[in-house]
Design a protein. Structure first.
Length: 400
């Protein structure tokens, strides 16, 4: 049974519960059927807002095309990686593989992230900023300068911190203004290649390569724009992409989606990939464990990600028995008490371990209790088709 982070397993705030309810509602085709008049009226109102939002998005695109809004060029290679939808399409592993491959080819890479739900500075941090004039100079947050980690996940956000932890010799910067953080990466860190994390809609910085991700399991939701659906922009705008990654593929049944994408964008190269679990890592000892240990293991799963079902399905496929599934809203930052409650729950159920995701692991508080082993699952992408196109993309960037 899935528990949405309340009761003995911890408590979500009301905003998180409402967020999960609305996400589930707007993603489901035919959600109006069987709903109360109040919910139907809500969906009708959301649809009207979607139409307004679509008009504003298309107007913004037009203003950029006409040159009324300015594109900035920084004199280096810029690769934007993003998607048409909100929610988890698996961007982080794709950004990571781009950065790693480019770094292997001798490029000096910086990942530019907007950051999401990062914490506000504490009083002490504000004092340091004041003394060092950091705020006055309006500098981006440097999660890593390519040599060492400089910020924790609390201040940087979970994805930037995860990328910085996994990538050596790659800088990671966080700022809403990617033009500013890009200039800093070039001028202060000596970078010559910028990878924009969640950058498909970031038009202020002109990109050399546009990469769009499409989730095989839920490509476009109910095909409505926000807030009635999960689309950030109309599906037809996928025509801007130079490369399209179909993520979370099972290796079969992709033909219909590929045909539709090719009709919308005949010029783009299509790369099909799946997310593959690599190993488990013990959060107490930091030791790696083979995925084989999941076979026959009784576990409690814990996740605060946009699409938890894929994670839970992977655990079952590896032979684990899920005694309980604890879910929180995407990017939820765990408290000490929540983790204690989950550990107590796992002990009561006689679970062998608690398994979480790597993205969740970076949002954990310091772990004091060690009653039940806690592991996170490391996931990478595996290209199923289009590997040659991916490598030609890397070559195309590196020869410039």
């Amino acid at each position: 049974m899935a528990r949405n982070g309340h009761g003995a397993a911890g408590r979500q705030n009301g905003a998180e519960r409402l967020e999960r309810f609305l996400i589930a509602l707007i993603q489901r085709p035919g959600a109006e059927r069987g709903q109360s008049k109040r919910v139907k009226f809500l969906l009708w109102g959301l649809k009207r807002l979607s139409n307004i939002y679509m008009g504003l998005v298309q107007l913004r695109m037009l203003l950029y095309r006409k040159g009324i809004f300015r594109h900035h060029e920084l004199g280096c290679q810029v690769i934007s990686v993003g998607n048409l939808t909100v929610g988890g399409t698996g961007k982080t592993p794709v950004v990571e593989v781009f950065a790693r491959e480019l770094q292997k080819e001798g490029r000096k890479v910086a990942i530019l992230s907007r950051g999401y739900k990062k914490a506000e500075p504490t009083f002490g941090e504000k004092l340091v900023n004041l003394v060092t004039l950091r705020e006055r100079r309006n500098l981006p947050r440097i999660v890593s300068d390519g040599k060492k980690l400089l910020l924790d996940s609390h201040m940087s956000g979970d994805e930037p911190y995860m990328l910085a932890s996994n990538l050596s010799n790659v800088a990671v910067l966080v700022d809403k203004d990617r033009v500013k953080s890009g200039r800093y990466a070039i001028n202060k860190l000596g970078c010559d290649t910028l990878v924009l994390d969640d950058g498909f809609q970031y038009l202020r910085l002109r990109s050399r390569i546009q990469v769009c991700l499409v989730d095989r399991m839920n490509p476009f939701g109910n095909e409505n724009m926000l807030p009635r659906g999960i689309l950030r922009e109309p599906i037809k705008n996928i025509k801007r992409a130079d490369f399209i990654f179909i993520t979370k593929s099972t290796g079969s049944g992709d033909e219909e989606l590929i045909a539709r994408i090719k009709k919308l964008n005949p010029k783009a190269e299509i790369i099909v990939c799946k997310h593959t679990a690599k190993y488990l890592k013990n959060m107490y000892t930091k030791e790696q464990a083979d995925l084989e240990i999941l076979k026959g293991m009784k576990i409690v799963s814990l996740s605060g990600i946009a699409a938890p079902r894929g994670f839970e399905k992977e655990l079952r496929a590896r032979g684990a028995t899920l005694l309980d599934k604890v879910r929180y809203a995407d990017h939820h930052r765990y408290t000490q008490q929540e983790i204690i409650d989950i550990i107590n729950k796992a002990k009561l159920m006689e679970a062998d371990a608690i398994i979480t995701t790597e993205k969740d692991a970076v949002r954990f508080p310091r772990l004091e209790r060690r009653d039940v082993p806690i592991y996170f699952m490391r996931v990478d992408i595996e290209i199923l088709s289009g590997a040659k196109d991916f490598h030609s993309c890397i070559e195309r960037i590196c020869i410039r």
